[in-house]
Design a binder for this molecule. Sequence first.
Ligand code: KIV
Ligand code: ZN
Length: 388
Amino acid sequence: MNRDQLIIFDTTLRDGEQSPGASMTQSEKVRIAKMLEKLRVDVIEAGFAIASPGDFEAVKAVATAVRESTICSLARAVDADIDRAGEALKPAESGRIHTFIATSPIHMKYKLQMQPDQVIERAVHAVKRARNLVADVEFSLEDASRSEHDFMCRIIEAVINAGARTINLPDTVGYGEPEEFGRMFSRLIEAVPNASKAIFSAHCHNDLGLAVANSLSAVNHGARQVECTINGLGERAGNASLEEIVMAIRTRKDIMPVDTRIDTTHIVPTSRLVASVTGFPVQPNKAIVGANAFAHESGIHQDGVLKHRETYEIMRAEDVGWNTNKLVLGKHSGRAAVKARFEELGITFESQEALNEAFTRFKALADKKHEIFDEDLQALVSDVRDSM
Ligand code: KIV
Ligand code: ZN
């Protein structure tokens, strides 16, 4: 299959930071941005320049420090926002202004209190103003998943004519369902006459736990950029997680139409950095980056993995930045894993009887303790030797 490149747009420093309690200092943002550059993220949304003097300085500092990724600042479709974003992006090697306005009936009526035609006019004006400052302009239809198809066609056609080259369709409130959300992309790409001049992008929130599924469905229906965050950090239940999207695409390249440029071996170190800077720990069972993501405890699984890793592993732990996979010794572990661990520790038994005794003692201990560590095994072996 001929695969396109999928643009990975990371918004950890903007939408991720909007997670209550996750705000970051300028130097923390620069550290994370440098790590994202190493990860080979295509676009880094560094902040919302008008939000505060600190955010303005942070966007500027990231735009100065990072040379290999495009640096982006968010801006409402308001002159002052766009000018501030343009100013903050001046040091960037490659800068993008990301401007947005809501397009759903509920947002236009209650939040914006504007008529649809006024919204189109404002959007076109914003894109033109941004194009006077940078060549690369992204336009988002906020709350796209609850917006009307015909209205979206009109506004998308108008902003592309005004110079937008990325059209982002956010599932702002995490309302989308994969099949329906994906179809929204293929229908719009087909219906908008000048759609081929722009890249369509998905930006999904995780209120129903569907952010990654919705993003992948959008890709299968024509999106060629996804917006995501490290560890799925973000407003409310978070954004689509970068590591899950990237590894799903890589692991299922047999059916996915795209590739990414991401150097996946930097995923775990980046996840750790974001967790330590924000103070948001990663849950142990989190896909890819959770402590248990490559750990096996049950005897059947451990035996399978010892015989051939692919029996229970669809990815290699080393490919995402772990040192190795992990066989955790606990009450579900079987003889094969315990014996293999003894061998790794250089422990040998004089007789089969001694090994059997060690295994019996291991099981008794595992009933009392969640995890058996190397020190436990060593103590257990000297007890066996003393008793024989
Ligand atoms: O969720 C959203 O709609 C956003 C936009 C500003 C892109 O974050
Ligand atoms: Zn968002």
